[in-house]
Design a protein around this ligand. Structure first.
Ligand code: AMP
Ligand code: GLY
Length: 441
């Protein structure tokens, strides 16, 4: 197959790297891509968010499949333009991508489909905020959760015990013309990311993973796009995936089809395993980053065939997916200042040495300098993926790779997957979500 992957981050490099390992050799293209992607695919300097430009590229290359990585092109209608041009595309329409693009839309769909989620109130004016905060968190006993309604590049969610800060964030979100804000009940318990592939009718789950959202060890510091991830989750209930399919993914796909906006692509179910049961924290309309790096590392079925079947409505005909029993752990190396800022043009050294330890190195925010050297080009720079028989082994492997890489002033967490693996490890404690802003890159 000839496949074009749209995007330039770690998720897209993980997709390309996994497609390159399919038994059936593909011809791989990417736009715009990054230096890591360029080692396995031909890259094209095309604006990922421009539907006409992406269509023109796909047509000129004569590709059999376009895979859209990030959310922005989906919301911009790139998948719609490709479908209109009869080019098979993995990624939902702009209408279906509203599941990620609008928190209040996602809540409405969940209500209609009776999907368990945090209780919420949508506010459209500041005078509604105090009552909504009290209704979702009586007496301020738990943290308040305040979410900007639209895509906010990850900056839209504040979880805080401070009522004044919650009000201030709500007011800031509402200051934009036509702005609205979702106030919701706090969910305790560990978070799980479960990716489901759908063609609009059939749903196929991938392996569950867990992401580390906070910048610092011990789940401290500000929220980020994700500082590391691992799969499988040895502590998770065996029936978790079935439960999510029955109570979340299948009802959602059915409701989207009923509305005339079928969801075809990757449904990212962000879940909290609370004391009162499973709840949806959020939906995304694309693969998660960095969870994709570990989930695809473990997938042994051909990825190209899976994504093509989803794009062409043929998932029901596909054999069951197969998985490696090995664990995978990824650690994100970030540039100085992330997530508040990012630092470009710093030298990135030791990638070859890290790969020589047996890790896979995924490029997230890199570029090639004038002399061919590798430089930082964003907040999250590299993801180091280690594998092993247990999560503990995979973790040890990932950190061996991390030790070989040097980014001046860069930082990474040292506790990714620390509590997750091995027969003697305790179950993960609930992740603390209090007092966080949220950032992503
Ligand atoms: P979202 O953009 O909705 O995924 O929110 C970003 C992050 O904020 C989530 O991954 C959680 O860590 C946290 N969060 C969001 N909603 C809640 C909630 N209702 N209760 C606790 N934490 C939340
Ligand atoms: N890792 C979180 C996300 O992709 O949204």
């Amino acid at each position: 197959m000839k496949i074009l992957v749209i995007g330039s981050g770690g998720r897209e490099h993980a997709l390309v790297a996994r497609l390159a390992r399919d038994p059936q050799a593909h011809v791989l293209h990417s736009a715009p891509g990054n230096p890591g992607i360029a080692e396995q695919a031909e890259t094209h300097p095309v604006d990922a968010n421009d539907p006409a430009a992406v269509c023109a590229l796909a047509r000129s290359l004569g590709v059999d499949l376009v895979v859209i990585g990030p959310e922005a092109p989906l919301v911009a209608g790139v998948a719609d333009a490709l479908r209109a041009a009869q080019i098979p595309v993995f990624g939902p329409s702009a209408d279906a991508a509203r599941l990620e693009g609008s928190k209040s839309f996602a809540k409405d769909v969940m209500a209609a489909a009776q999907i368990p989620t945090a209780a919420w109130v949508t506010c459209t004016s500041p005078d509604q905020l105090p009552a909504a905060l009290e209704a979702t968190n009586p007496g301020g006993e738990n943290p308040y959760v305040v979410k900007a309604d639209g895509l906010a590049a990850g900056k839209g969610v504040v979880v805080t015990k401070d009522l004044a800060a919650a009000l201030a964030h709500g007011e800031a979100c509402l200051s934009a013309p036509g702005g609205s804000v979702v106030i919701e009940e706090y969910l305790d318990g560990p978070e799980v990311s479960l990716f489901c592939v759908s063609d609009g009718k059939t749903v196929l789950p991938l392996a569950p993973a867990q992401d580390y959202k906070r910048a610092l060890d011990g789940n401290d510091g500000p929220n980020t796009g994700g500082m590391g991830a691992y799969s499988p989750l040895p502590w998770a209930p065996a029936e978790l995936t079935e439960q999510v399919l029955d109570s979340v993914a299948r009802p959602l796909i059915a409701e989207m089809a009923r509305r005339g906006t079928p969801f075809s692509g990757l449904l990212y179910c962000g879940l909290a395993l609370t004391r009162r049961g499973l709840r949806v924290v959020e939906f995304n309309a694309r693969f998660g980053d960095p969870e994709t790096q570990v989930v695809l590392e473990r997938l042994t079925s051909p990825l190209g065939e899976l994504l093509h079947a989803a794009a062409t409505g043929a998932l029901a005909d596909l054999p069951s997916l197969t998985w490696s029993d090995d664990a995978a752990v990824t650690v994100v190396l970030a540039s100085p200042g992330y997530p508040a800022t990012s630092t470009s043009d710093l030298p990135v050294r030791g990638v070859k040495e890290a790969a020589a330890t047996g890790c896979r190195i995924i490029h997230a925010g890199t570029k090639t300098g004038p002399g061919g050297e590798l430089l930082t080009a964003g907040g999250r720079v590299l993801c180091v993926v280690g594998t092993g028989k247990t999560v503990a082994d995979a973790r040890a492997s990932a950190y061996r790779g991390v030790a070989a890489i040097e980014i001046p002033g860069g930082h990474n967490r040292s506790d990714i997957a620390a509590l997750a693996g091995g027969p003697t490890s305790a179950p993960l404690p609930p992740q603390r979500n209090e007092d966080s802003g949220s950032g992503r890159e």
